[in-house]
Design a protein around this ligand. Structure first.
Ligand code: ZN
Ligand code: MN
Length: 479
C-alpha cells in the first residue's frame, strides 16, 4: 500500500556448534531422550555455579569478525529475569550492558541493487528448555536448556518480507561458511523473533512495533510478515491503533494471534550476573581467531574460477552452499588439471538433479568426491561411455561405492574394438534400409538414427564417437 513505510527488524538466535552446553559440561547431542543431557547447572538448581564455555565465545567472536563487527574486548553477562516453566531458575543468563560484538552488517542483493543491513550487536546467551504439549498435559525437556546461542540483533533496516528473506539467507550462508553453526532450521538451530511496524510516509518516528516470537522456518517468517503487514496497514489506514504486543504465528490458520502485551527491557530487571567474571580478550587472542576465518562465498567464487577454469556462473552456483563447493573442489583436485569444467558439469546437471529429487544434501547422499573423480576418469580414459556413466551415477548417489568396481562386476566396459563395432554398424545398416535411403536422399539426420541402433545393439556399450565416424564412413560408401 502506498503512503506507508514498513520497518522490520530481526533478532536471530543461532545455535553455536559446540560439543557441550554454555555453562556446564552436558552434551548437545540432538534427538536424545528427554531430560537425559542434564545436570544441576542446566536444571537450574539453587547454588549450582555456571562455568563459561570458551568455545562459544570463540565462535561468537569469529561470527562478529565475519560480519564486520567491532569486538568488545571486555564483555559481561547479565541476568534476564522472567517467570516461565522453560527456565527453572527464573532468569536467563544473557548479555545486555556489554555484549561481545557491536555493529557490523550483512549485504543483501535485491533486484534494485545491493543494500547493507546493519547489525546492532551480537550477544551470547543460554537457550531455555523446550516445552512439549500433548493433549492432556505439558512436559518440560531440559536437554535444550543451556544450549549456547548467539543472538544477532539487526537494526530495524529491512523494509519488505523479501529483504528479510535475503538477509536471513545471506546470514545463514556466512555462518555456515564460518563453521560456527549448522543453521539447521529443522533442528531449531536458527530461530528469529521478528519486529514489524508501519508508519505514514513523512513521519520520522517509527510506528508501534509488534513482535512475532520464535519462528524457525524462512517460509513461515515470510508468510507471517506478509500477514502482519497487511493486518497493520489495514488497521492504520482505517484510523485504527496498533497495540504494542507479542504475537504468535499460527501456521495452520495462516495468521498471527496475540500472545501477551509486550514487555519492555525494564520489565526483565536485567542486572549483572554475579556468578560469572567478565570475558576479557587480549588483542592477540582476537587476531588469532581472525586468522581462523574462512573465505567468504564471494572470495571463493573468484578463486574457484581461477583455480579450476570454470565460468563465473558455475562458480557462483557451486559457492552458494559451502558443502557443494567443498565437494566440487575435492573431486576437481582428484581429477587433476583441466577437468574443472567437466566436474562442474556433472555437479550442476546430474548431481543437482538427484539432490532436488531426493531432497538430500551432498553430505547426506552416499556419493563421494573420490567416486565422482573415478567416474570422470573412466569416461576420459574411454573405459565407459557417457550414457553408462550417467546410468551409474544414481546408484553411486544412493548406495555409495566406486564406479570402477561396478563397471568390472557388470561388464559395463565400453566396446571400442574396431572389428566388433564394424559388425554392429553393418548389422544396423542391413536392418534399416529405409534410413539408408533417407540418408541418400539428403536426410543427414538418418545417420543419427543408425548410431542409436548401434548403441542399442551394443547394449549401450559402444564408444559413441567411434560409432558416429564409422556410420558416416559406411554410408558414404553407399551414396
Ligand atoms: Zn548441564
Ligand atoms: Mn534472546
Amino acid at each position: 500500500m502506498s503512503g506507508y513505510l514498513i520497518t522490520i527488524g530481526l533478532e536471530t538466535h543461532v545455535q553455536l556448534k559446540t560439543r557441550t552446553k554454555m555453562f556446564c559440561g552436558c552434551s548437545l547431542a540432538f534427538g536424545t531422550e528427554s531430560n537425559t543431557n542434564v545436570c544441576p547447572v542446566c536444571l537450574g538448581y539453587p547454588g549450582a555455579l555456571p562455568v563459561m564455555n570458551r568455545e562459544a565465545v570463540k565462535l561468537t567472536v569469529m561470527s562478529g569478525l565475519m560480519l564486520g563487527c567491532e569486538i568488545n574486548r571486555v564483555s559481561t553477562f547479565d541476568r534476564k529475569n522472567y517467570f516461565y516453566p522453560d527456565m527453572s531458575k527464573d532468569y536467563q543468563i544473557s548479555q545486555q550492558a556489554k555484549p561481545l560484538c557491536l555493529g557490523g552488517g550483512v549485504t543483501i542483493q535485491m533486484p534494485e541493487g545491493q543494500k547493507r543491513i546493519r547489525i546492532n550487536h551480537i550477544h551470547l546467551e543460554e537457550d531455555a528448555a523446550k516445552i512439549n504439549h500433548s493433549a492432556r498435559f505439558s512436559g518440560v525437556d531440559f536437554n535444550r536448556c543451556g544450549t549456547p546461542l548467539m543472538e544477532i540483533v539487526s537494526e530495524p533496516g529491512l523494509s519488505s518480507p523479501e529483504e528479510a528473506m535475503a538477509y536471513l539467507q545471506s546470514l545463514k550462508q556466512i555462518l555456515v561458511y564460518a563453521g560456527v553453526s549448522d543453521c539447521n532450521l529443522e533442528e531449531g538451530n536458527m530461530r528469529s523473533d521478528v519486529n514489524i511496524s508501519v508508519r505514514p510516509e513523512g513521519q520520522e518516528a517509527l510506528g508501534t512495533k509488534v513482535e512475532i516470537k520464535n519462528m524457525n522456518t524462512f517460509k513461515g517468517i515470510y508468510a507471517a510478515l506478509e500477514y502482519e503487514i497487511a493486518r497493520q496497514l489495514g488497521a492504520v489506514s482505517h484510523g485504527g491503533v496498533i497495540v504494542q504486543e507479542t504475537r504468535r504465528w499460527e501456521a495452520e490458520l495462516g495468521e498471527t494471534q496475540p500472545m501477551r502485551t509486550k514487555e519492555n527491557a525494564h520489565d526483565y530487571r536485567y542486572f549483572p550476573e554475579p556468578d560469572l567474571v567478565p570475558i576479557v580478550l587480549s588483542a592477540e587472542q582476537v587476531e588469532a581467531w581472525r586468522a581462523l576465518l574462512p573465505e567468504l562465498p564471494s572470495m571463493r567464487r573468484v578463486r574457484m574460477m581461477a583455480e579450476y577454469g570454470i565460468p563465473e556462473y558455475d562458480a557462483g552456483v557451486l559457492a552458494d552452499a559451502k558443502e557443494n563447493a567443498d565437494f566440487f573442489e575435492a573431486a576437481a583436485r582428484l581429477c587433476g588439471q583441466g577437468q574443472g569444467k567437466t566436474v562442474s558439469n556433472w555437479f550442476m546437471t546430474e548431481i543437482m538433479r538427484l539432490l532436488s529429487e531426493t531432497g538430500k544434501t551432498i553430505t547426506q547422499c552416499a556419493l563421494t568426491p573420490e567416486a565422482l573423480a573415478e567416474l570422470v576418469a573412466l569416461v576420459n580414459g574411454r573405459a565407459i561411455n557417457g550414457p553408462t556413466a550417467k546410468e551409474l551415477l544414481p546408484e553411486l548417489f544412493n548406495n555409495g561405492g566406486m564406479p570402477g568396481v561396478l563397471v568390472h562386476a557388470r561388464g559395463l566396459g565400453q566396446v571400442s574394438d574396431a572389428g566388433t563395432l564394424e559388425a554392429f554398424v553393418e548389422q544396423a545398416i542391413r536392418e534399416n534400409p529405409k534410413s539408408v535411403e533417407d540418408y541418400k536422399a539428403g536426410k543427414k539426420a538418418a545417420a543419427g538414427f543408425l548410431v542409436g541402433q548401434v548403441m542399442k545393439l551394443s547394449h549401450g556399450k559402444a564408444a559413441p564417437q567411434q560409432v558416429g565416424k564409422l556410420v558416416t564412413e559406411k554410408l558414404a560408401e553407399r551414396v
